[in-house]
Design a protein around this ligand. Structure first.
Ligand SMILES: C[S@@+](CC[C@H](N)C(=O)[O-])C[C@H]1O[C@@H](n2cnc3c(N)ncnc32)[C@H](O)[C@@H]1O
Length: 185
C-alpha cells in the first residue's frame, strides 16, 4: 500500500487505522506526511500514538460513517481490512464522503477481502441477518460479523460514489481474494 501511494503526497486519511500496521511502512516512505487516522477503538489508537506519536499524526476516535471529513483536503485516503462488515449501500455512502474529502486527482487505496462468489456474499449477508433477528440485535447496533461483497460489487459501490477510474492493482501475496483496489478522483 505504501508503495502504491503517489510520489509527493502531503496529506493522508486512514479510515479504520487501528494500531496502524499499514502506517508503519507509509511513514517509512513519507516521514513528513500529515496523517489523519480514524478508528472506533481507543486502545488501538493508543498503540498507534505510542508507535508514531512523533509524526504529524492526528487521531480521531469515532465511527467513520458519522464523522464529517474535511472537504477536498486529502491527497490520498486508505483503508486496510476494515470494510468487510458493511453493505453496498453503507459503503457507497462512505465512499461518497471519501470522494468529497479528496482533492481533485486524489487517490483512494483499499485492501480488504472479498467474497469469491455471489453465493458467498448472499450467504454471509443472510446469516448475519438471521442471527441479528434471532438475538434481537437491531440494525443501528454494530456487530462483528463478516459480510464481504464480491469484487464486482465492491467496485460498483466505489463507482456509484463518484470515483471514475477504479482498478485492481494487486493481491496480498499468496492470496487470491484480498485485492488492492485503487480508485481515482
Ligand atoms: C482488522 S482492524 C485493521 C486495523 C488497521 N487498518 C490495520 O490493518 O492494522 C479493523 C479496524 O477497523 C475499525 N473499525 C471498524 N468499524 C469502524 C467504524 N465504523 N468506524 C471506525 N473504525 C472502525 C476497528 O476498530 C479496527 O481497529
Amino acid at each position: 500500500m505504501a508503495e502504491l501511494l503517489p510520489d509527493g503526497i502531503g496529506t493522508l486519511l486512514d479510515i479504520g487505522c487501528g494500531s496502524g500496521l499499514e502506517l508503519d511502512t507509509v511513514f517509512q516512505r513519507f516521514p513528513s506526511l500529515q496523517v489523519t487516522g480514524i478508528d472506533l477503538s481507543e486502545k488501538m489508537l493508543d498503540r498507534l500514538v505510542q508507535k508514531h506519536g512523533g509524526r504529524a499524526l492526528t487521531v480521531i476516535q469515532e465511527d467513520y460513517f458519522l464523522h464529517p471529513f474535511e472537504s477536498a483536503h486529502f491527497d490520498a485516503a486508505v483503508s486496510f481490512q476494515t470494510l468487510h462488515h458493511f453493505s453496498a449501500e453503507k459503503k457507497t455512502q462512505l465512499f461518497s464522503k471519501l470522494y468529497g474529502s479528496l482533492k481533485p486527482g486524489g487517490v483512494y487505496l483499499e485492501c480488504d477481502y472479498v467474497a469469491k462468489t455471489q453465493e458467498i456474499e448472499t450467504l454471509c449477508a443472510s446469516e448475519c441477518e438471521r442471527r441479528r433477528l434471532r438475538d434481537g440485535i437491531t440494525s443501528d447496533r454494530s456487530i462483528h460479523f463478516d459480510t464481504p461483497l464480491t469484487l464486482e460489487h465492491e467496485i460498483q459501490s466505489m463507482k456509484a460514489a463518484g470515483f471514475g477510474q477504479v482498478e485492481v492493482v494487486g493481491y496480498l501475496p499468496g492470496d487470491d481474494h484480498t485485492p488492492m483496489i485503487r480508485a481515482l478522483k
